[in-house]
Design a protein around this ligand. Structure first.
Ligand code: FES
Length: 209
């Protein structure tokens, strides 16, 4: 597994898994971020910790162009700046009340984040389209040393974006040949389940040996 730097793009989700006005926890090798899409479609990645009392912002909810914390309802805008404190509706929140925000880009149906703004955009992954994301109960380095791999599943060319998200936990975003039909995609989706079992079994055998 490559050593990620702060300026590396990390694939964290497929666009289809984050519709407008929703927030999800985005798993990275360095922890979880609150990834949300505003009602108008803008993406923001914030530290998953409310500046008020530390509640996870990924448990919150999106209203319009703001993410609100589930605990006391403080809401944060697209830059992470606190916009509103419900118990003090007349107060303009001080600039210091701000959740850390990170670089986020969406390309070819994949959402990428980086902890510092990279100099280049994330890869286009031309020739592929997103299918699904899966989690595996094994370490990423047991699967690939490069963070991505091309395999043939159900006879279809597949690109797997692999991210280690913890000890014994890996996230894989599955991209299929852009020409794959709906039937092909269903076949690949099933084959990916088998690939996951093989990877997890391999990990268990290595541990036992
Ligand atoms: S902990 Fe988030 S608003 Fe209080």
């Amino acid at each position: 597994m490559p050593v990620e730097t702060l300026r590396d793009w990390i694939p964290v989700a497929l666009s289809a898994d984050l519709p407008p006005a929703t927030v999800i926890p985005a798993h990275t090798p360095s922890g979880i971020l609150a990834l949300w899409r505003s009602a108008s479609g803008k993406l923001t990645a914030l530290a998953d910790r409310c500046p008020h009392r530390g509640m996870r912002l990924s448990y919150g909810f999106v209203r319009g162009e703001a993410l609100s914390c589930i605990y006391h309802g403080w809401s944060y805008g697209l830059t992470g700046q606190c916009q509103r404190i419900p118990v003090h509706p007349e107060l303009i929140p001080p600039a210091a009340i701000k959740a850390a925000s990170y670089a986020v880009e969406e390309r070819n149906g994949v959402i990428w984040i980086a902890f510092e703004q990279p100099e280049t955009p994330p890869p286009a992954l031309e020739g592929f389209k997103p299918l699904r994301s899966i989690t595996l109960n094994t370490d990423a380095e047991r699967i690939t040393a490069t963070g991505e791999m091309r395999v043939l599943l159900a006879g279809i060319d597949v690109l797997l974006l692999i991210v280690g998200i913890g000890v014994g936990e890996t996230l894989a975003h599955v991209m299929v040949d852009a020409a794959a039909s709906d039937v092909d995609c269903i076949a690949v989706s099933r084959a990916v389940e088998g690939w996951r079992r093989e990877c997890e079994q391999l990990g268990l055998e290595e541990l036992a040996s």
